[in-house]
Design a binder for this molecule. Structure first.
Ligand SMILES: Cc1ncc(COP(=O)(O)O)c(C=O)c1O
Length: 391
């Protein structure tokens, strides 16, 4: 029995089903079982030396106090310069709000845009926290089945077909978590056209934008117009998950409103992480990040064919992030049973598709390849023996 009543919205938020698996994986590892983690979505790489040095300098100089609620000016300028360098875009620092991770940016965006009973469209499968950010502000989510034929992304027709009287906007991520697939530029343009016709919002999460393989970095959705609300983070490409730093790019007119929310909800993003993040844009850090991107590309090029050779159906080539979304239905097991048995019998931890939506949720599991090559090779051998025994 709870000591006091809690808000109804808590019931609208699901726990991560994968958490039970992580806990079991940790318990098995504590017993001495050699577990290989292919579940958690975080790079095995850590912050490069220039970032660590910048952190140490900030701490030594006592730059540990509250900063501006929008983030320190040099970091907003560095992010603006990043858009110029990577995408050839002019995004003024005044449109950039630094946040506590992409999670902080997504919460701020939902606080700004989602009212009680408002509906937001998302693809199914999707990054699960997005549904819960919407619920946290008493909105609702309409999940739109997004199959492999559409690269697990939405198109303009989907938006038009599912837009209802309470719909206010669309949330998308490209490359996507859990599928590792990017949205085709034409599809994104059609989604935006449909959103604009309805005077809605498009929140576009580019946290994996620079972790793309086999082609140039996709142009930021900011190239499509100043009205797109873009989310990004230092967690993935910049390998700073635990530092809790991200950013939000807004249309100029929305900035004062978002700042009002940010100053009340968060006061400011973490100060030391902001000073440290300036080190991300040093040339030596950029060179390290590029090497790491190539390492992720090699891992993908190893893992995808290896899984396919074992019989996993990977209908759409993942071209970004560090995820492979694979159909396990040929073995007659749900994703949940498959993931649990894989952990128990082979010591490899993956995430069942049920965490990412409801459409065909039992068919899929998500593999994360943010692990060194040797571990991945060991994992592939174990998975091959496990699946061979299922036949
Ligand atoms: C698509 C997507 N958006 C946002 C996040 C949250 O990232 P952050 O660590 O920046 O809060 C994640 C984390 O896995 C993610 O996959």
């Amino acid at each position: 029995m709870l000591p006091c009543p809690t808000a109804a919205r808590v019931d609208a938020i699901d726990p991560f089903h994968a958490m039970a698996l992580f806990r079991r994986a940790d318990a098995l590892a504590a017993e001495g079982r050699p577990i290989i983690q292919m579940s958690v979505g975080e790079p095995d790489f850590t912050a490069p030396p220039a970032v660590v040095e910048a952190l140490n300098r900030a701490v030594a100089e006592g730059r540990t106090r509250y900063t501006s609620y929008s983030g320190i000016t040099p970091l907003r300028e560095a992010i603006s310069a990043h858009y110029r360098r990577v995408h050839g875009l002019d995004v003024p620092p005044s449109r950039i709000l630094v946040t506590a991770g992409a999670s902080g940016a997504l919460q701020l965006a939902c606080a700004l845009l989602v009212g009680v009973g408002d509906e937001v469209l998302m693809p199914d499968p999707t990054y699960p926290c997005n549904r819960h950010f919407v619920s946290a502000f008493d909105g609702t989510t309409r999940l739109i089945p997004a199959g492999s034929d559409k690269r697990f992304q939405l198109d303009g027709d989907d938006v038009r077909a599912h837009w209802g009287p309470r719909t206010r906007g669309v949330m998308l991520a490209s490359p996507s978590n859990p599928t590792g697939t990017t949205i085709a530029p034409e599809a994104l343009q059609r989604v935006l056209d449909a959103v604009r016709e309805r005077r809605g919002f498009l929140v576009f999460d580019e946290i994996y934008n620079q972790l793309t393989y086999g082609g140039p970095t996709p142009r930021s959705a900011l190239a499509l117009g100043d009205d797109v609300i873009v989310i990004n983070s230092f967690s993935k490409y910049f390998c700073m998950t635990g530092w809790r730093l991200g950013w939000l790019v807004l249309p100029e007119a929305l900035v004062p409103l978002a700042e009002k929310l940010a100053m009340n909800l968060f006061i400011c993003p973490p100060a030391t992480a902001q000073y440290a993040a300036l080190g991300c844009f040093e040339p030596e850090s950029l060179a390290i990040y590029e090497q790491r991107r190539q390492a992720f590309a090699q891992r993908r090029d190893y893992v995808v064919p290896a899984l396919r050779a074992m019989g996993f159906d990977i209908p759409t080539e993942p071209d970004g992030a560090f995820y492979v979304y694979a159909d396990v239905s040929r073995w007659g097991l749900s994703g949940e049973v498959f993931a649990n048995r894989l952990l128990d019998e082979a010591g490899v931890c993956v995430v069942p598709g049920m965490d990412f939506g409801v459409h065909e949720r039992d068919r899929w599991v998500r593999f994360t390849y943010a692990t060194g090559m040797e571990r991945l090779q060991e994992a592939m051998q174990r998975i091959a023996s496990f699946t061979a025994a299922l036949r």
